[in-house]
Structure formats: C-alpha cells, structure tokens
Design a protein around this ligand. Structure first.
Ligand code: HEC
Length: 690
C-alpha cells in the first residue's frame, strides 16, 4: 500500500493541527517492505508530525530488546504489529501501539556469532501473506508464522560441503519479490564467493541462484548466472577461486515490478588486495557493481561497476533507491546509490546507463568519474600493490557511506545521506594470509603502532555528516556536522522532516530543506538503525531500534568513546506527538581504570608483531587500539590476559559458546605471547597511574 499526500493537503493538515490539540487523523499507514515500498525511498507522506509541531514529539512507549550487540534492523509494521530483528537474529513481534511483546523467536546463533566481520547483527525481516522471513547468521533462511512465530520451513542457503561454509554469514534482510524470497550473504573477508538465491515463499524450494563472481574455470555452477559468469571470467586472472573472490551481496536487493528487474548491490573483493586476488589484472566483474537480473529467472540483464578492480573494500552493497527524475528535460527511471567509494551515482534503471556521478565526501583515490562511462579516474598512488608504497586515502574501508540507509524525499528532491570522512592507509600485507582467517591481503594495524599524537590527529580528522544531496544537479544542498563518524540510517517524511540517529546517542529530526535541527531525544546509546514511520487509529508514530555495535567498534572504538560512551541499553523506541513516557535512568558502565601490568613489556619486536596479529584476529570484536566500544570485554582491563586462562580462552576456546572463538588452528603459542605483549603495552599506555 502506498499513500501520497501532496504539499497542499499537508498545509491544511498543519492548520488543523494548530486548531485542535490532538490534530487531524493520520491515514492508516503500514511500513510493509524494507525500504517502505518498492521504490525503497524511505519516504512516507504522513505529516501529522511536521516541522511546525515536532517539538511536541515525545516517547509514546519503549520495549527492551534483551540483547547486547549492534542494532541495525529496519522494523516492518503490518496489521498493527511491529516485526523486529535484533542482535543474534532474535525476532520479536510487538504491538505497534503499546510495545507489548506478542511472541519471540530465537534461531540460536550465539555459537556462530564469532563468524563474520562485523558482529551478530541483522538488518531486518521480510513479512508477506502471514509469513515472516528471517536470514540467520549461520546461513539459514527461516519462515515463521506471523501469528505466533512458529517455524514453517527453513533452508540452509550455504553449501555445507564447501570447506569455507562456516565463513559465510547472513546479516541482510530477505526481500519478498512476487512469490519468491531473495537472500544474499556476507563473508568476503574470509574467503566467500558471493551469490543471491531466490526461494519459493510458500515452500522454501529453490527457484534460482545468481553468483556474483566466477568460480573455478571448468567447474559448472548450473545456476542462472552461468552465461553472465562466462563474460565475468574474462575479467579475472590468477587463481582467484582459491580466495573465494568475494562479491557478497549482504545488503541492498531491490525490485522494480514494472520492469520485472531485481537490482543486486555487490560487495568487495576477497581478499581486498587485487594483486593477491587476481594477479593485479582485470576489472573483476561483478565486484563493487550493481547487477540487474530478471526477477522471475535470475538471468543477467545489465550491470554497472562502481569500482573496477576493487582493492579497498569499496562495496556497492549500500542501499539502492528507485525514483523517476526529470533530467535535462526528460523523465528518467533512475536508481541511486552512494556506495562506499565516495561517489553518488544516478543510473538509468532500465538499461544500467550511467547518467551522472559526483563525489559526495572527500575522495582522494580518484579525481572524478569519466563523464561518458562513469569509470573512476584513479590516482596512480591508490594502487598500493603496484607502487609498493602505502596509500593513505579517503574514504577508508568503512566507506564514505556504509549500510545505514539514505532516504529520498520527492517533496524536496533531495537525498539524505549518513556520510563520513574517514581516511585509512592501504598497503600490501607482508605476513602470510590464512584463508578463512581475516584475509584482506592488506596490512592491518591494531591501533598500537602509531604515536599518541598520530592517533589523535587521525581521529581528529574523522568527521561524520548528514548530507542533503541533489541527485539532478549532483550538488550538496546542506550538511549537518555530527559529533563523530558512523551515524544512523535516515527517514524522510511528508511533514518536512528528516529523522536520523547518531553516535552522540540521539534520535534527531531536521528540517528537510534547511537542515536545521528541530528536535532530538536522548536514547542513552548510539542509534545506528534507520527509523520508520506508520499510522494506526489516526496517530502517526516514529519507531527506531537503539543500540551500538556491529562493525562500528572495528574502526570506531576510540571514536565512540570520543563521542561519549555510545554503549547503552538496546531498545525499540516509539514516538508520537505529546508522547509523555520517559526512559529509566541509565548509568554508563565505568571506563577501565587500572593497567593490568606495572611496566610496559620490554620486547618491542614482540609488541609490534602482536599489533599485527591483534589487528587480524581480535580487532573486529575487541576494538581499535584495544579500546572496547561495544559490549565486548575491554582487554586493557582483563586480568585474564596476564594469567594462564589467556591460553585456555584464546587458543582452546573456553568461552566459545559465548561467541569468543578459539584460535588453536590459527595461532601458535608464540604468537599468543606476542598478542599478550601488545595488549599489555596498550593497557600500560592508556591506564598506568602517573
Ligand atoms: C568474534 C568476536 C571475537 C573475536 C574475533 C575475539 N574475541 Fe575475545 N571475546 C569475545 C567475546 C564475545 C568475549 C566475552 C565472552 C564471555 O562473555 O564469556 C570475549 C572474551 C575474551 C577474553 C576474556 C576477557 C575477560 O576478562 O573475561 C579474552 C582474554 C579475549 N576475549 C581475548 C581475545 C583475543 C586475544 C582475541 C584475538 C586473538 C580475541 N579475543 C578475539 C569475542 C571475540
């Protein structure tokens, strides 16, 4: 169902709202699909809450999610019920007017929670015809009865005979396309080969599968992508299949029912280093591309590659928005994306033709895009594996824009992007790469090799913004400076408002034409997930999941602390005009106070080796510089690091059932000692009493 409320009607609504305290009824409105409707604009015409009265917005109710990891999901609201996917893929159905819990389903993925780059997160469920569809971290696609959460069917989407099967994860929301359910996966840091599969919604029977990168030559896939892979194979070299190749589709999958096309956002290379992956040759289709396939058969229709020969983790998995825009006097059916590489793209969604593209953040790896083809004009120094020199460049692997979705308002014609300027050094890894461990082929630093001044300068240079972007002129309309990078997804409404969460622990509302901040709410924790809106019985609601985690601590450990302890209770927060509820008071956990050693370990070479090993094996959970900004233990203050328990936990997996993996098959006892030295050095640096 779609609703359209014109500006004129909006004006009348505002007048009535001022006349009567409660305001006019908002028409019943659901949030049925991931991006609201098939255009995935994350724009809803509702205007009961608007720029004139938003200061009256208050908490109507909240619901504790009962999990302690990152929250990234878009809730779905149909038939008066909110369907939430929380950390560890726990699904909850709650009453959309009261927050009352109706049922909960836990797919039990805690033991698998050590998989993947970026925590046991979920970007949401899909709901259709009385069924809720959930992708689980361990690769399952599960259909539940929407009434009571009873499992109806489940399929394992990852081939369990693949020796790397345990390195695949699902964090994305399934998409319902006609009578099919589509799901991709992640794992391109661990040797995965990307694909998207369509299953029959009624039974879970497979309808088609599309691989995004070619497999070993001569080994048939018997998949919808077969002919496309023949073309793609020409753009690869070396023995890429041994490294998986990557190209995982872990987020954006959108559907245009008029054209019968599905658009797949394809991820980075596995490993990142193009030299290692493909002997430094070829564009490596369909990495970092948008690929259009036939919705019914999965057959290839067109593709557009945003970053040819990706070497920097520049995924094109970021959310895709469909719109009809007037460009140079003609109406064009377009799709829009702001992928990690820092350029904003407008493509013709019928043909894939490049219409326009410009940098929306600081981009130093390319000087612009070829106006005809849209191919980036690279600076030679960006290809670190050719020059042999590190390339410090913007954006980082975290991207100019990451998974928190942007929104588009047809009222203003602007796209609202949660964007950031974060730089990063890229250099070829010198140590041996173990496929199945974090294998980027890029030298990683645990945040310990820099001097204190260097680290502070680096963090000070990191900025986060909410950017309003005109996709027709490819120019910025306004920007809001956030406290730190890695802020939340966006919602635009017919009330002239843009809602977005941030690392400074707020949900905030901005004027959609000026960017003026009109309202904010202290969520007691960072808000990364995108807000939604809906209306029931005449009342418009704004709903969002609060909670910090996912991939953010990876690059955000120290920044989150800068932004003021982003970790707090994970909740569903729901707002309405004149909502008068309050959150219970929250005291953030104490920052660690004491070093675990009385002196810095003497062996500097061991500390340096430990720094690299920590970056490779531990950083993705325990944080940059060993500063934990998520719900993971802060190892700078862990007594276990100094004792024998360290080996039991880190090598033998004594805490594996809680998501702390054992590394017996990856780390030698000597390497463990190196990591121990590095953690102790970081503890002493930060916490030793003067
Ligand atoms: C996939 C995420 C993940 C990775 C990777 C990871 N850890 Fe952990 N670690 C955890 C979690 C979760 C816990 C808490 C377990 C619990 O509560 O029982 C933990 C706990 C620990 C503890 C116990 C701390 C305490 O005081 O209770 C130590 C020590 C530790 N990790 C060291 C390491 C080291 C060293 C590495 C890298 C070799 C590493 N971890 C990699 C998730 C991870």
């Amino acid at each position: 169902m779609r609703i359209a409320i014109g500006k004129a009607l909006g004006g009348i609504a505002i007048a009535l709202a001022l006349a009567s305290c409660s305001g006019p009824d908002a028409p019943d409105t659901e949030w049925p699909l991931h991006g609201f409707d098939e255009r995935a604009q994350r724009f809803v015409g509702l205007d009961q809450i608007n720029s004139d009265n938003v200061e009256r917005l208050g908490l109507a109710f909240y619901h504790d999610l009962g999990t302690d990891r990152g929250q990234e999901a878009t809730p779905i609201m149909v038939d008066g019920v909110l369907y939430l996917a929380s950390a560890y893929n726990v699904v909850q159905a709650v009453d959309a007017t009261s927050g009352e819990l109706l049922w909960e389903y836990d797919p039990q993925v805690r033991a698998a929670s050590a998989r993947g780059c970026c925590g046991p997160v979920s970007r949401g469920v899909a709901v259709q015809d009385g069924k809720v569809f959930l992708g689980a971290l361990d690769g399952r696609l599960i259909a539940l009865d929407a009434q009571d959460g009873t499992p109806l069917w489940e399929v394992q989407t990852i081939d369990q005979s693949d020796p790397l099967a345990e390195n695949y994860t699902i964090t994305g929301a399934p998409r319902v396309v006609g009578d099919l359910v589509l799901i991709g996966n992640g794992g391109a840091e661990f040797g995965a080969r990307g694909f998207v599969t369509a299953y029959r919604a009624a039974s879970g029977e497979q309808a088609w599968r599309f691989y995004t990168v070619p497999g070993q030559p001569g080994v048939p896939d018997n998949a919808a992508s077969d002919s496309a892979m023949e073309m793609a194979q020409e753009t690869w070299a070396g023995e890429w299949w041994k490294y998986g190749g990557g190209g995982t589709a872990w987020d954006a999958i959108e559907y245009d029912p008029d054209l019968g096309l599905v658009y797949i956002g394809v991820g980075n290379g596995s490993p990142w280093n193009h030299q290692m992956r493909s002997a430094g040759e070829g564009d490596n289709l369909f990495l970092s591309s948008i690929v259009a396939v036939d919705a019914k058969t999965g057959e290839y229709r067109w593709h557009f590659q945003t970053t040819p020969a990706d070497a920097w983790d520049y995924t094109a998995t970021q959310n895709i928005i469909l719109a009809d825009l007037e460009i140079e006097g003609a109406m064009r059916k377009v799709l829009m994306q702001a992928p990690k590489n820092g350029f904003f793209y407008v493509l013709d969604r019928e043909t894939g033709e490049f219409i326009s593209g410009e940098a929306f953040v600081n981009v130093t790896w390319a000087t612009g895009l070829d106006p005809e083809t849209g191919r980036p004009i690279e600076v030679p120094s960006a290809r670190y594996y050719r020059t042999g020199e590190p390339s410090f460049q913007f954006p980082s692997s975290g991207g100019g824009h990451n998974w928190p979705p942007m929104a588009f308002s047809p009222d203003t014609g602007l796209v609202y992007i949660p964007a950031q300027d974060v730089g990063m050094p890229f250099a070829s890894a010198e140590e041996e790469q173990v496929i199945g461990a974090y294998t980027s082929g890029v030298a990683m630093d645990g945040g310990g090799a820099m001097t204190e001044e260097e680290r502070e300068a680096l963090y000070a240079g990191m900025k986060g913004y909410l950017i309003a972007w005109n996709p027709v002129t490819q120019q910025e309309a306004w920007r809001v400076n956030e406290l730190a990078p890695f802020n939340g997804g966006v919602l635009a409404t017919g009330g002239g408002l843009v809602f977005a969460g941030n690392t400074a622990k707020e949900l905030a509302a901005y004027d959609d034409t000026t960017g003026a901040k009109l309202w904010s709410f202290d969520a007691q924790t960072a808000v990364s997930a995108p807000p939604i809106t809906y209306a029931i019985d005449g009342v418009q609601y704004i709903a969002v999941l609060s909670g910090w985690g996912g991939g953010w601590p990876l690059t955000g450990g120290v920044m989150a602390l800068q932004a003021g302890k982003a970790v707090g209770p994970n909740r569903l927060l729901v707002f309405a005009l004149d909502g008068d509820q309050a959150l219970p008071p929250f005291t953030p956990p104490e920052a660690p106070q004491r070093a675990i050693v009385s002196a810095r370990p003497a062996d500097e070479a061991a500390i340096a080796r430990g720094n690299q090993l920590y970056a490779r094996y531990c950083l993705r959970c325990h944080g940059t510089g060993v500063v934990s900004a998520g719900a993971y233990p802060d190892l700078r203050a862990s007594g276990m690091v100094t004792g024998d328990a360290f080996a039991a936990v880190v090598l033998n997996g004594a805490l594996a059932s809680n998501g702390m993996p054992g590394f017996e098959d990856k780390l030698t006892p000597r390497q463990l000692e190196d990591i121990r030295s590095f953690i102790q050095a970081r503890s002493f640096e930060d916490l030793a009493q003067p």
